[in-house]
Design a protein around this ligand. Structure first.
Ligand code: AMP
Length: 542
């Protein structure tokens, strides 16, 4: 409904841009550290003040290379201070920092570079071998810059060295001001179904999301944060914008993401909080068990990207006293949608009840609206039981994909996440499946996520995935695919006895298959499409 007679507010109209975040951090938290386990070997140390000075140098260098507003500048890089500088300098001059996932195949990388029409590519030295393919299979890229110094420069004069580019440039840059809806960052979805699609983040979305992330996670000036989640996928969950906003110190692991390396880095750098996907935390928990303690100052971890297994929440919270917050979101949401924090009334719950509640994904962050609808688009009740299609709306949620002319939204303006979920009366979201992974048995839905989660508590099972396989009577039944922890491989009977009471009886898997390792995709998720292909001829017994 259009209103008449509205009175304009009398506040300044200052745009929400990303450069002021780093200007703020440099001015008010200038000596706060940014530490990286560098790819060249030693630990690299810098501060927000120095980072801001180098961002100015990089901006001059980008302009000298001919990068103009609206140009796409790609990165193929791990978490580091140089990647942080690129985030800010590229967006700061009005261009677009396009992070590309180095775990994709060279063909997929070139497809994405061509689709985005990137004009320069900054890469970390381990990815130099991909450059031959990039040179032959892309047409728009004019500059290839290795993110290192002259001493470590790979190739035979093929690449520019990042540090050489910066060396001659002044620190001060006259940062332009422009519309906050201007694009500053680009990231492609994982593309598990169809080709990857580009999500184009505006400065406004990045700043608002950073604020939302900090408010939801309670990060503050006393924190030292280690985002294990990669800067090459969905802006490292917004931590590179959020941490400077509150003056939190940052630690980047570079390539060292195994349990022992993470443990050592957390210990030596006094890390208080860390963010990552469940597969990363499995390694850290194993190391904590081996050492019989947690990293000295680690207080809390944010788990997202895939469901946090109950056994993982238990290990962190009950064995080691590390608080777990689960988060849910997606590339199209910058990415954060919900974070799991308990309400004061939950203080009286038993430990087991608290853990069970924490295994839900959480409640909406302010700015994100959630709704659950059935197949015909009818709103479902928030009763914790009615499962349906999860749709979202908000200022940091995509409305269409890069270079696509059609809207990505429903007719009434919501984004369909492709997830199946319930919402309860307190607003806790529980993701039960991806719509494409759900198992339909006799007209009822079996949640593969909940079933996997329950199986992961079995002491002999290290990893688990559940897929639906055709069944004459029930249309589909669950097949459990496991990686055993040791030599013992429990039968489906053993597992179902153990699962008794933990899940509804008719969910119990019909069969179990053991494999050496589950296929993990470029963003750390189990690739069920590959498992479905691998087990497409699997026949259930009578
Ligand atoms: P991506 O766009 O690669 O970040 O993947 C987003 C998808 O990951 C979501 O739509 C969910 O299916 C899944 N996901 C993310 N976080 C969680 C979570 N905490 N629990 C369950 N699934 C999650």
């Amino acid at each position: 409904m259009a209103l008449s007679g509205l009175m304009p507010g009398l506040m300044m109209d200052r745009p929400l841009l990303v450069i002021p975040l780093m200007q703020y951090a440099a001015a008010y938290h200038g000596d706060t550290k940014v530490v990286t386990q560098s790819l060249e070997g030693p630990i690299h140390r810098t501060t927000y003040a120095e980072t801001y000075r180098r961002i100015g140098q990089l901006a001059h260098a980008l302009v000298r290379l001919g990068i103009k507003p609206g140009d796409r500048v790609a990165t193929l890089a791990l978490n580091s201070w140089r990647h942080l500088e690129l985030y800010y300098a590229v967006a700061g001059i009005g261009a677009i920092c396009h992070t590309v996932n180095p775990r994709l195949s060279p063909e997929q990388i070139c497809y994405i570079l061509n689709h985005a029409e990137d004009c320069a590519l900054f890469f970390d030295i381990p990815f130099a071998p991909v450059m031959a393919k990039v040179k032959s299979a892309t047409s728009s890229i004019r500059h290839l810059i290795a993110m290192t110094d002259a001493a470590h420069l790979p190739g035979d004069g093929d690449f520019l060295a990042y540090e050489d580019l910066l060396a001659r440039e002044p620190h001060d840059y006259d940062w332009p001001t422009f519309d906050e809806n201007t694009a500053g960052q680009l990231c492609y979805t994982s593309g598990t179904t169809g080709m990857p699609k580009g999500v184009l983040y505006s400065h406004r979305a990045l700043v608002l999301h950073g604020w939302g992330m900090m408010a939801a996670c309670g990060l503050n000036v006393a924190d030292t944060s280690l985002p294990v989640v990669p800067m090459f996928h969905v802006n490292a969950w917004g931590m590179p914008y959020g941490a400077p906003m509150v003056g939190a110190a940052q630690v980047y692991a570079g390539r060292a993401m195994d349990g022992p390396s993470l443990f050592a880095l957390m210990d030596s750098e006094d890390v208080t909080c860390a963010q990552g996907v469940p597969t990363i935390w499995m390694g850290l928990i194993a190391e904590m068990r081996a050492q019989g303690r947690k990293p000295k100052h680690l207080e809390r971890v944010l788990i997202g990207g895939a469901a946090a297994p109950v056994s993982m929440v238990e290990a962190f919270e009950l064995e080691f006293g590390v608080e777990v917050n689960q988060g849910w979101g997606m590339t199209e949401m910058t990415p954060l949608g919900v974070v799991n924090t308990l309400k004061p009334k939950h203080a009286s719950l038993s430990k087991a009840e608290k853990i069970a509640l924490k295994a839900k994904q959480g409640r909406a962050v302010f700015g994100v609206e959630l709704r659950i609808v059935d197949a015909s688009g009818q709103l479902l009740p928030r009763d914790g039981a009615s499962a349906g299609h999860l749709q979202v709306r908000g200022p940091w949620i995509a409305k269409s994909y890069y270079k696509e002319t059609t809207s990505a939204l429903t007719l009434d303006g919501w984004f369909d996440t492709g997830d199946i979920a319930t919402l309860d009366g307190d607003g806790y979201l529980h993701i039960t499946d991806r719509a494409k992974d759900i198992i339909k048995s006799g007209g009822e839905w079996i949640s593969s996520v909940d079933l996997e989660n329950a199986v992961l508590g079995h002491p002999d099972i290290a990893m688990a995935a559940v897929i639906g396989v055709p069944h004459e009577r029930w249309q589909e039944r669950p097949l459990l695919i496991c990686v055993a922890r040791g030599a013992a491989k429990p039968t489906v009977g053993d597992i179902n006895t153990w699962l008794g009471g933990k899940v509804p009886k008719w969910w119990l898997p019909d069969a179990v298959a053991y494999i050496e390792g589950l296929p993990i995709g470029p963003t750390g998720k189990i690739q069920k499409n590959r498992l479905r292909e691998q087990f497409k001829d699997f026949k259930l017994g009578a």
